[in-house]
Design a protein around this ligand. Structure first.
Ligand SMILES: C[S@@+](CC[C@H](N)C(=O)[O-])C[C@H]1O[C@@H](n2cnc3c(N)ncnc32)[C@H](O)[C@@H]1O
Length: 303
């Protein structure tokens, strides 16, 4: 454990939860067969990152706005883990019942969406949900709770956050040419409208759209001609302005990456099923207001 890790664990996890989580990790290490380890590790992570903050002292973890709650009674980690494993096994059983007799082998690869570890034209179909514009959701605020337990040094989390697409951090000198690159005119117009209100936020938005340009070009490269990409995209407002993420991403996909646009469709979000509850009346501040809808963008790499 590094010097930064102990204060982190002590702040967010009660002593009993720390013991239970450590015991669970040791048990996974000692008893899970190598091909089962990821299954159990996922269940382990899922009892930490939950809507209610799970076994930590955090509230609103899945909302990515964690606050420590001193009078919270954290859930019993071992029982919670047992229930989660059972639930995941049942879900896997359901998948098993539906899959073809000779299923294709599955590989899980890890990488940056701007540099996929895949050969050109290797992919038939991409289904993805890219990050919200300009840190509408700060994913690392929730991810760090699991990452720290899974061995990621706490002192390196900030650097890792810097690699996320859509981060707010702006050090002009550190921006790569791709993050400052030109945008299609229709997207530049949106950035310019924001610049009139807030120049710094406009630079953050420019960086987000440039980074998503790199992601879309990479998707195009990895798809075979005739291959299809489906993006589920949230809307975002910055300084009260809708930054038109679905329309801008569709524009970048066509103008910068070379995709054909099939369609952009709106989809209402069921406020009772979403992780982040939104107000029924559509009023309310910031993130609540803009999260009643998401969009699905269909793209095709021309033959
Ligand atoms: C809208 S969420 C989608 C979450 C996903 N559907 C899931 O259920 O886990 C966007 C995700 O993109 C990830 N992300 C951010 N930057 C990335 C990058 N450069 N490469 C790959 N993923 C990235 C974020 O960490 C976040 O988990």
């Amino acid at each position: 454990m590094t010097s930064k890790a102990a204060p982190f664990f002590d702040y967010w996890f009660a002593p009993r939860a720390q013991c239970e989580l450590m015991a669970l990790l040791r048990a996974i290490e000692a008893h899970a067969a190598p091909d089962q380890r990821d299954f159990f590790t996922l269940a382990f992570s899922a009892i930490i990152i939950t809507k209610s903050g799970g076994v930590s002292m955090a509230r609103d973890l899945a909302h990515t706005r964690p606050h420590r709650v001193m009078d919270k009674r954290p859930r019993d980690a071992v029982n919670h883990f047992r229930r989660r494993v059972t639930q995941n096994l049942l879900s896997l059983g359901e998948l098993d019942a539906r899959r073809p007799r000779r299923p294709a082998p599955v590989d899980v690869l890890r990488g940056d969406a701007r540099a996929l570890p895949l050969a050109d034209g290797f992919v038939d179909l991409i289904v993805t949900s890219p990050p919200y514009a300009a840190n509408a959701i700060d994913y690392m605020r929730a991810h760090k709770f699991s990452l720290a337990w899974l061995g990621q040094p706490v002192g390196e989390l900030a650097a890792l956050r810097g690699q996320y697409v859509g981060g707010e951090r702006l050090r002009e000198a550190a921006l790569t040419p791709a993050q400052r690159g030109p945008l299609p005119p229709a997207v530049q117009d949106v950035v310019a409208r924001l610049r009139a209100v807030d120049a710094r936020k406009a630079r953050v938005l420019h960086k987000y759209y440039s980074e998503m340009g790199a992601v879309l070009c990479e998707m195009y490269r990895a798809l075979r001609p005739g291959g299809v990409a489906v993006l589920v995209v949230g809307t975002s407002t910055m300084r009260g302005m809708d930054v038109e993420t679905p329309r801008c991403l569709a524009e970048i996909a066509q103008a910068s990456a070379g995709f054909e646009l099939v369609d952009v469709a709106a989809r209402a979000l069921d406020r009772n099923r979403r992780m982040m509850p939104a107000r029924a009346d559509g009023r309310g501040a910031g993130i609540e207001r803009r999260m009643h809808q998401e969009h699905v963008i269909g793209l095709c790499r021309p033959c």
